[in-house]
Ligand binder design. Structure first.
Ligand code: MV4
Length: 494
């Protein structure tokens, strides 16, 4: 068992605050780090101690791993929680933390390194019975060989960068004539972006769904899954809506995917929380894509349907405890949906909308959870991710959760910056989303600013009619008095 009396959270915003809440709940002291742009942020005010890392740009603050480790030594910190983004998937940082005698609250550096490379990940899991997209699992440079392989798997194919992420370095090739040009481009792009020109080939799954499985593993070889998250509603590889459970998984399919995810975790001796990503085609075939070795942005939907605090489990695992649950202990309770509220304008190509939160009032209610890191009056810094908050709701079933979500969006008051809240209403009122028949092309296929404008007009006129009805009803309240008075007069007249 490792002593865990003080934890430094190497992150900012909503996730830093969310992690510190669990740290406090567990009776542990918290240390915040902050940049000069975040001096007065809620995560800084909430922490038991706080240290300034430097100027606003991430490279001089939240990405300065050596400085963070130095502060840990100075302050007697036992563990570092990296959150998501920044240093969270940096295997070299995790190694340095370990070498400094501090506990990294996450997987070991070896598992991080393997899963950080798509080719190493494929290599690692290939001895297990895990479905993968047809293709090759080795870096390829030779165009002739590429043509052979592409011919075998069949066009269209996808060229992917091994070091890539978030769709960077991916190229679709429709026919053999385009292959050599696209391959050269993919290699030079990958070299420029990641310093690693390794690319490989996969069959292109044309309209996939993105379904991921949450896993949890301890240092004793125990690994379980916490069901799926459906994350297909995304825009340019940026997720906007996530839900659990998925509307289309059967219990049997869920079990098979869960077991595959657990095998992926076991293949690299994974510890802590992790997410195994799968693509799912229109026939419900699923394929292992990659593993994310961090706590994910969308973890609240899993917490809501399982009742498990994932950060607490991470800390318990990091300090050497055994998993407290077996697979049979876990059940899906109800349905949860999350909307990421970005300071982006859905009417203007989702351009970041910088400014000050002139008005900021959160929705409340049973089954409504808002994870945020800002307060009314604060300015959204331009240096970091423009996410203001995550709005998550939990209902007894999908319909109930959807209704709660629509009400929570109506109750959420944000003025001063444009947000993706109205875009959320668009998604949650869309037939494709309601029916559950959607894929990763939802936004591209169904969304236009014009449609959103029309919807907003319709909502505005509904609101006007409601106001008018309210006014008229109000007058009706007075009318019975008139009637009574006239009938009284009439009675007098008799
Ligand atoms: C694919 C694919 C289709 N076929 N692989 C995008 C980012 C990276 N994580 C993997 N991605 C994809 N890989 C094959 N063989 C389509 C995507 C993809 C995608 C995946 C998940 C969520 C959103 C996506 C949006 C566009 C493309």
């Amino acid at each position: 068992m490792h002593a865990m009396k003080k934890i430094l959270v190497a992150n900012r915003g909503e996730i830093a605050l969310r992690i510190m809440r669990t740290i406090r709940k567990m009776g542990i002291r918290s240390v915040a780090v902050y940049s000069e742009a975040d001096r007065r942020s809620p995560h800084v005010l909430y922490a038991d101690e706080a240290v300034c890392l430097g100027p606003a740009p991430s490279a001089q603050s939240y990405l300065d791993g050596d400085k963070i480790i130095a502060f840990c030594k100075e302050l007697g910190v036992d563990g570092i929680h990296p959150g998501y983004g920044f240093l969270s998937e940096n295997a070299d940082f995790a190694q340095k933390v370990k070498d400094a005698g501090i506990t990294f609250i996450g997987p070991g550096p070896d598992a991080m390194r393997i899963m950080g490379s798509k080719l190493a990940a494929k290599e690692c899991v290939k001895h297990y019975d895990i479905p993968m997209v047809p293709g090759i699992d080795e870096a390829i440079e030779d165009v002739q060989l590429a043509k052979q392989i592409a011919g075998k798997v069949g066009y269209p194919i996808l060229i992917k960068a091994s070091a890539g992420g978030g769709g960077k370095g991916m190229r679709i090739v429709e026919k053999e004539a385009d292959l050599s040009e696209q391959m050269e481009r993919a290699i030079s792009e990958a070299k420029a972006a990641f310093g690693d020109g390794s690319v490989f080939i996969e069959k292109y799954v044309s309209s996939p769904r993105h379904v991921e499985i949450q896993v949890l593993a301890d240092h004793f070889g125990n690994a379980i899954h916490l069901f799926e998250r459906e994350c297909s509603i995304q825009r340019r590889h940026q997720k906007v809506v996530e839900e659990s459970p998925s509307a289309i998984l059967t219990p049997e399919l869920r079990k098979r995917m869960g077991e595959a995810a657990v095998m992926v975790a076991k293949s690299c001796n994974y510890t802590s929380t992790g997410t195994v990503e799968f693509l799912m085609d229109d026939k419900l075939n699923f394929y292992f894509l990659e593993m994310n070795t961090r706590l994910q942005v969308e973890h609240p939907v899993t917490e809501m349907i399982t009742g498990i605090d994932l950060v607490e489990e991470q800390i318990r695992i990091a300090r050497g405890e055994k998993l407290r649950y077996t697979q049979d202990d876990l059940r899906i309770n109800g349905h949860a949906i999350e909307l990421r509220v970005y300071a982006e304008d859905p009417l203007n190509n989702f351009l970041p909308s910088v400014g000050t939160l002139e008005r900021y009032v959160k929705p409340e209610g049973e089954g409504v959870r808002v994870d945020d890191g800002y307060e009314q009056g604060m300015t959204i810094p331009i240096y970091y991710d423009p996410m203001i908050a995550k709005l998550a709701v939990h209902g007894m079933n999908r319909t109930d959760a959807l209704q709660k979500m629509l009400q929570a969006i109506r109750d959420y008051q944000i003025e001063g910056v444009a947000t993706t809240l109205p875009f959320g209403t668009f998604v949650f009122e869309h037939e494709a989303f309601i029916s559950g028949h959607f894929d990763t092309h939802f936004v591209k296929n169904f969304y236009t600013p014009e449609l959103l404008k029309e919807q907003q007009k319709a909502l505005a006129s509904l609101a006007a009619m409601a106001a008018l009805k309210f006014l008229l009803d109000d007058r009706q309240v007075l009318r019975p008095v008139d009637i009574r008075s006239t009938s009284w007069k009439r009675r007098l007249a008799h």
